[in-house]
Design a protein around this ligand. Structure first.
Ligand SMILES: [Zn+2]
Length: 70
């Protein structure tokens, strides 16, 4: 009995499985990024506008009051 074809099939299967789990991880990451985009992580304490980065100066009012939002 020749085991080779079976071994190849197992190898292909495990390769496919790892491909699928990679796609799953990528999707999770994309989902997290999307959720992060939904909520502003920083906001200006002076004008209370949300900003998408920790700016040194608020892009809305120009004050040094950008703080991370908890
Ligand atoms: Zn501001």
């Amino acid at each position: 009995m020749d085991l080779k074809p079976m071994l190849i099939r197992v190898a292909i299967l495990s390769h496919l499985m790892s491909l699928f789990s990679n796609v799953g991880r990528k999707f999770e990451k994309t989902k997290r990024t999307f959720i992060d985009d939904e909520a502003a992580e920083y906001a200006c304490m002076s004008c209370e506008n949300p900003v998408d980065e920790e700016y040194e100066y608020c892009p809305h009012c120009g004050k040094e009051t950008v703080e991370p939002v908890e």
